[in-house]
Design a protein around this ligand. Structure first.
Ligand SMILES: Cc1ncc(COP(=O)(O)O)c(C=O)c1O
Length: 375
């Protein structure tokens, strides 16, 4: 089966490791096992870190529970209001979750509407399956939020699946709860499944950090979650799908062919993190706020850059006022300064760059970007 190159991942593989200042990142300073355990030992629920450590050291490294341990699924259930164990399966990251969903739901000829910019999996995998994919581009003038009237010109009675990403990577827009509810009404009316990639859920900068999940309010809503962003553990490679039981059964059927289990260690550390999510979130919220302050200040003083300030997630989509394709701009910037940004073209957004505002040494890197823009 042929599939288009995954433009973001190809770019990151090539440029991220060599960066002196990595602003391509979507993660919030990933935790080491030591840092995780240290945070847990300061958690308000007086977690017994030593006992937990002893437990994992003595656990045989077999395949473990095939679709994820009960303990982990219970912890994931606590992120939703309305779910049972049978509604959850554990996957190899959100990337594994998305792929399994497409393989389980779609066939050649199915119509898929995808809200972009987003993670390229959402349109390239359906295309590779032979689905008819229609892209709906978010607009800056709508604060990067979907407009139901515009969507209704694209979603038809033939549409099987609508894909979105909330909070959004790269724009950092968060769909307000009232609009999620309206989207659900719209999806019901058209009888479409909605895949909501919610890997940044829990990272709203304003109000409740958690938006409502599509899976909690819509029978055909599919939520994808992950330990990578909100809980700063991308190295666990652990994600999940939360959806209707019959779809989970179908996903587990597909999953037999590509996952077996995610691994006992990943399952264990994910549980530890979720049992102490409040203290991890407090740490991450502080990093996000500091990053956002630095970013906003830079933006105010930088006439060659424009951006709708994110209200969640970990990235911002910045329009630059320089007559240069985004790939060339990022290549030249990195060669000259060591600052790595992600070119908008890799997300079908030419004329923009993505900036991870939780990055280390953000201020120095942004200043170097400014110098480059003014040269
Ligand atoms: C929107 C979105 N979905 C999925 C993923 C993949 O996440 P994971 O590390 O859980 O596989 C990413 C990673 O950047 C992402 O931004």
């Amino acid at each position: 089966m042929k599939i288009s190159p995954f433009k973001i991942e190809e770019w990151m593989n090539r440029y991220e490791a060599g960066a002196l200042y990595d602003l391509t990142t979507t993660c919030i300073k990933p935790l080491s096992v030591y840092e995780l355990m240290d945070l847990c030992s300061h958690s308000s629920n007086s977690y017994n870190t030593e006992k937990e450590f002893e437990k994992i050291l003595k656990t045989p490294l077999g395949y473990g529970d095939i679709t994820g341990s009960e303990r982990l699924k219970d912890n994931i259930k606590s992120l939703y209001t309305n779910q049972a164990t049978a509604n959850i399966t554990i996957t190899h990251g959100a990337i594994g979750a998305n792929q399994l969903i497409f393989y389980s739901l779609l066939e050649k000829g199915d119509e898929v509407v995808c809200i972009v910019p987003t993670y390229q999996q959402h349109y390239s995998i359906p295309e590779s399956i032979g689905a008819e994919v229609k892209l709906y581009f978010l607009k800056e003038e709508n604060n990067w939020l979907p407009d139901i009237e515009e969507l209704s010109k694209i979603v038809t009675s033939k549409t099987k699946l609508l894909c979105l990403n909330n909070p959004n990577n790269p724009t950092g827009s968060v769909i307000p709860n009232w609009l999620i509810e309206e989207l659900v009404e719209f999806a019901k009316k058209n009888n479409v499944w909605v895949l909501s990639d919610e890997v940044y859920r829990g990272l709203n900068l304003i109000g409740n950090p958690y938006s409502i999940s599509i899976a909690d309010i819509y029978e055909k809503g599919i939520s994808v979650g992950s330990m990578s962003k909100t809980y700063s553990l991308p190295g666990l490679r652990l994600g999940w799908v939360c959806a209707r039981e019959d779809l989970i059964n179908e996903i587990n059927h597909q999953r037999q062919y590509n996952t077996i289990s995610v691994g006992v260690l990943d399952d264990f550390f994910a549980s530890v993190a979720l049992e102490n999510k409040n203290i991890i979130q407090e740490r991450n919220f502080n990093i996000m706020q500091l990053g956002m302050n630095t970013f906003s200040e830079w933006l105010t003083n930088e006439p060659l850059a424009e951006c709708i300030i994110p209200n969640g997630g970990t990235t911002a989509l910045v329009k630059y006022k320089k007559d240069m394709p985004s790939r060339e701009l990022c290549r030249r910037l990195q060669n000259r300064t060591g600052v790595a940004l992600l070119p908008g073209e890799t997300m079908e957004m030419e004329g923009y760059v993505r900036i991870g505002y939780c990055a280390v040494a953000l201020k120095s890197a942004l200043n170097m970007f400014s110098e480059f823009l003014h040269q």
